[in-house]
Design a protein. Structure first.
Length: 251
């Protein structure tokens, strides 16, 4: 199975790039985040004409998550608790695997109410996954807005006192892993090429000033079947790219 996740940072702005990427990479399952479109404006035809089933949840021009798959999507849920939340989590069964596409809150700044919301949201996700993992294999993928270790950022000192690298965020991520999930990108040998996000400003991509915040977490049984892990940096270097690169895992 070829599995991928990608924060597209506006499907309107990236529609042509997504179409080209689908044609080239042909994933079996693709999780999308930050589509920034309402359900009524989601371009289902872009995926269906390429042979995909699709489920999307978007309620405004912010956030938005989707799952795209060759196989039918069953037992769809919206939100980590329910669909009264921001559109940040969608899950479905695909060929016996429970797949989650997640867009974790950014947190903005330490001490900001959005930072507390981020930690609360992650705890709600942990509660959801603790129930789900008892029933079937899980793949939980998306933009976590957390760099798991200091090796996952270009310069830890430059991010001192910022979100994405704080101890409470990393502990919240570890609590997810402690459920029996494996970070599929953690074993990559070249950590610099494993970055998944680069700011648009200051030539960050060209200068290698990135972070690994787009993660694929897999049940241990699935992680043992992983054949390859790739960050598609060429797509990040394309004209008018998202600030995130697609992540591709072969099982």
């Amino acid at each position: 199975m070829r599995f991928a996740t990608w924060n597209v940072n506006s499907l309107r702005a990236r529609r042509d790039l997504v179409a080209l990427w689908l044609n080239e990479h042909q994933p079996d399952v693709l999780c999308l985040q930050e589509t920034k479109v309402k359900d009524a404006d989601f371009p289902e035809e872009l995926f269906e004409e390429n042979g995909y089933h699709v489920a999307h949840w978007g309620v405004s021009s912010w956030n938005g998550v989707a799952i795209v798959a060759r196989q039918p999507l069953d037992n769809l849920i919206l939100g980590v608790v329910d669909d009264s939340e921001e559109a940040r989590c969608i899950a479905a069964d695909i060929d016996g695997i429970r797949v989650f596409s997640v867009y974790v809150p950014n947190g903005r700044a330490l001490g900001d109410p959005h930072y507390s919301y981020k930690l609360e949201w992650l705890e709600a996700l942990r509660a959801r996954l603790s129930d789900e993992i008892q029933r079937r294999p899980l793949l939980v993928a998306g933009d976590f807005n957390i760099a798991p270790t200091d090796d996952d950022v270009y310069d830890r000192a430059a991010l001192e006192g910022a979100t994405h690298v704080s101890e409470p965020e990393r502990l919240a991520l570890q609590r997810l892993l402690d459920l029996g999930l494996v970070d599929c990108g953690a074993s990559a040998e070249d950590t610099d090429s494993n970055f998944t996000w680069w700011d648009y400003r200051q030539g960050a991509f060209r200068r290698g000033m990135g972070m690994r915040i787009d993660l694929v977490l897999a049940s241990r049984s699935l992680s043992g079947e992983m054949c390859s892990f790739q960050v598609d940096r060429l797509t990040r270097a394309a004209p008018k790219p998202s600030d995130h690169a697609p992540v591709i895992v072969e099982f």
